[in-house]
Design a protein around this ligand. Sequence first.
Ligand SMILES: [Zn+2]
Length: 219
Amino acid sequence: MFYQEINVNKRGEMIAFLKNHARYNTLHAWNQSTSYANCIKLLKLVKPDDVAEEIWWELFTLPQWHEVFSDLLEAFGTKHHWQWQAGINGRSGGYVLLYQGGIKPSGYLSYCTHCGQKNYQVVPEGQKGICGRCQARSRVNFTEPDMQVFTWSGRAIDQGETFQEWSNSQLRERVELIQDFDRLCDEIFTNYVKLCQAHRIVSRDILVPETIKVLEPVI
Ligand SMILES: [Zn+2]
C-alpha cells in the first residue's frame, strides 16, 4: 500500500522518493509547515470484499480500534527512541504524520504505589508519603528519573529540502526512516482490516447511572 522499494545505491532515486513523498500540515494549515504523511481516510482506501460495510465505516470510532491504533503509534516511537514519532492530524485524524520529539525528565519525584498518582515532592528517606489522591501512605521516590515524551508538533520536516548537500549515507538513513514510517501505515491498514474481518458490530444496551432529585418526607 504505502511502502515502496527504493534502491539505496541510487542517489537520484532516493532524492526523488523523499521529494515526491506525500506530505501534510503538521499542525494547522496556516502554519504552513509540513511533514511526511500518509492519508488513511477510509474513503481513499480500498475495502477488501470480505469486509462488511457496517464495520468498515464504524470500527474507527470504537475504543477497541483506538487501542490497537495507539499501540502501533507507540511502538514506532519506542523503536526510534521518540526522536521520531508518528502522530495523526487532519479532520477526524485522516493523516498519519512523521514528527520529531524526544524524552525528558518529567519533574515528578515520587509516586503512589497504590493508585499510581505522581507527585513533585520528594519523600524523606526511610519514610513513606501520603498520596494526594487516594490518601494512602504509599508514596515513594522514583528510583530512576521519571521520563516523559515530548513532541515538536509544529515543526516542519524536510520541507522544501533539495537534498543536494546531503551525503549518500545521510540520504540512505532518511529513506530508511521514511520507509519504516510507510511500513507503519501499512500495518495500521492491515490491522484495521484484520479487526474488521474477525468481528461484527452489535448493539448493546447499557445502564448509565444518573443523579436525580426526589422529594423525601420530613419525619
Ligand atoms: Zn494514591
